[in-house]
Design a protein around this ligand. Structure first.
Ligand code: MN
Ligand code: MN
Ligand code: MN
Length: 280
């Protein structure tokens, strides 16, 4: 049995493969009744997704996935039910955009030094107007014949500790949470098991998240085992946080992150959507 609620997905407005319309259509096809579009640091796809939702008979929840940092680590905060036009959000997103642009320029400089000419222009072609990020550089390197695969591009040039691994100066996690709340949304800690933390550090992250006003954690996220879901459900209970559920859909042919293919939220969790005025 799958969850019909999917509160984490990406489109071409960030690093996803499909347009907002195509994401909505695919979600509907997969039986999703409630979909949040949560592109990285942008809300530019939301209008299109809301439009598409009307012809596909599902509910689209305006969302965003904000880059932030906690204790020197990159942490993602999903904002659900945000007002995409709220000035606090608009301001935070333009600052994040500038940060991403600067990071892309630095990555390009590093790649140029390695002899990969035209890296920035090349990556921009794959970004198609969206913010340039490492996956776009990876596609450029593959396309130009410098490496055989995206995986190799990351392993040799873009991944952790490699030349193109530029640490961005994201805002603090607390700032990201405040921004979501100011814009009328609910702050959710995205994929808590993806940060490579010990159990103790994970608890300290969740505790700080909660203290800063965060209200829910993703108990169900793409590519998690039954045990991982159970353990996150217990952490949510321990810290009196609600649970969210989302695939983190990006691309075709990644069944572990497919729209509408995550298990449902465990019954002991208080769903993040509990108070929302939804026709469920
Ligand atoms: Mn992504
Ligand atoms: Mn993420
Ligand atoms: Mn994501």
């Amino acid at each position: 049995m799958y969850s019909t609620i999917d509160l984490h997905s990406h489109s071409t407005e960030s690093d996803g493969q499909f347009s907002p319309t195509a994401v909505v259509a695919r979600a509907a096809e997969n039986g999703v009744t409630h979909l949040a579009l949560t592109d990285h640091d942008t809300v530019t796809g939301i209008d299109e997704a809301l439009q598409a939702a009307m012809s596909h008979g599902l509910e689209v929840i305006p969302g965003v996935e904000l880059s932030s940092q906690w204790n020197g680590r990159s942490v993602h905060i999903v904002g659900l039910n945000i007002d995409p036009e709220h000035p606090a959000l608009t301001e935070a997103l333009s600052a994040l955009g500038r940060e991403r642009d600067q990071r892309a320029e630095k990555i390009a400089e590093r790649l140029e030094k390695l002899g990969f000419h035209g890296a920035l222009e090349g990556a921009k072609r794959f970004a198609g107007g969206a913010v340039v990020a490492r996956p776009h550089f990876a596609r450029f390197l593959v396309d130009a014949g410098y490496v055989k695969s995206i995986q190799k591009a990351f392993a040799k040039y873009l991944g952790k500790g490699k030349a193109g691994d530029i640490k961005p100066a994201w805002p603090s996690m607390a700032d990201a949470i405040h921004c979501v709340k100011k814009s009328g949304g609910i702050a959710v800690l995205a994929h808590p098991l993806s940060y490579d933390l010990t159990r103790t550090k994970l608890k300290s992250l969740i505790s700080d998240f909660s203290d800063a006003g965060g209200e829910a954690i993703e108990v169900v996220s793409g590519d998690q085992s039954r045990q991982e879901i159970e353990s996150l459900a217990m952490l949510a209970q321990e810290f009196h946080l609600k649970g969210s559920c989302g695939s983190d859909f990006h691309v075709d042919n990644a069944p572990w992150q497919e729209l509408g293919r995550t298990p449902p939220l465990p019954s002991q969790c208080i769903p993040v959507w509990g108070d929302w005025a939804w026709p469920l």
